[in-house]
Design a protein around this ligand. Sequence first.
Ligand SMILES: [Fe+2]
Length: 365
Amino acid sequence: MNLLLFERIINIIVVITNIRGVTMVYENKKYNILVVSNEIKTINKLSILFESSKYNFELIRDPLSAINEVETKNYDLIIINFTFSQKLLKLLIKKIRIFDAFTYITLLVENNNISEALEIVKDYDIQAYHNKDEDFNKLVILVELITNSIYEFMRVNMTIDNYSSDYKSPYLTTVQILRNIVEYKDTYTIGHSFRVSKYSLLIGKHMKLSRTNLKNLKVGSMFHDIGKIGIPNHILLKNCALTNNEYLQIKNHPLIGSHILFPTTIYSKIIPIVKFHHERFDGNGYPAKLKGEEIPLLVRIVSIADTFDAMTSGRTYRKSLPLDVVISEFEKNKGTQFDPEITDVFLDILKNDFSKVKKIQEKYT
Ligand SMILES: [Fe+2]
């Protein structure tokens, strides 16, 4: 057993010790388990393991179909058989992490591929692995440990999510204070996050997004630049060209922001907006160089709203641009920087419903 797994299991054991008193509630929790495997022997063994009513067990035989599933469903644990190409496996794991940063991933490996698998365990955020050449009971124990750990993780977060407002509000207020500090640090961006949030909602409503998506869009866009709190003032406020090194530091703000919000699941749905709002549709953005629909839908909306506000509000390094120039910029960058379909929605708003945009500009200047 490698050190990483050993440490994690010790942590899980500590957690289990702490939750003995709540076993009754734990027993009622059903765990959504996805197994991605094309190997009959493994499938048969796992089907027996997950027969219990404690699990909702799903089996998918190839990583590409699994990618479609993880985009729309939430799983507590995903077990992936290390029998597919590394390219496909990495793509699947990357996707899982985009859509749910908290899903437990376990790899099933064999003696002959264990070193390649361990590279992936180290490089990607994978919690555990099981060697199929060892005793199957070890996997049974591992799954038990993981589900117990998931329970504890949910319990802590449910406590925060459902707590009386006198606990939850201070948490939200703390994050809002951080956002205010960012705007206080960079006076030119005062109102920026409000406007980006309002423009994003305008686009989202035109696209007839669900209420939940609109809520996540509203909060995520509000906090999208929160990571700028970690950028030194002399760089953030510089009113002439940045050096390469300074630009690299500015480019860290999406990752800094995602770390600030990471500690609780309240923010799990909005972290992708914070983390990926500088990705580009053609894959030339940062920090992950995601491409096309790899970039979550809400992020593609915020990226348009964010750029629109950067173009139309005077910044330290650029005067605001007239509407006709803005429109031609969006037309020019449709399909390269921005999602072409969402750009068309936004262009339609700019050309036919500009009064709504104007109202936002006047209210949040
Ligand atoms: Fe940003």
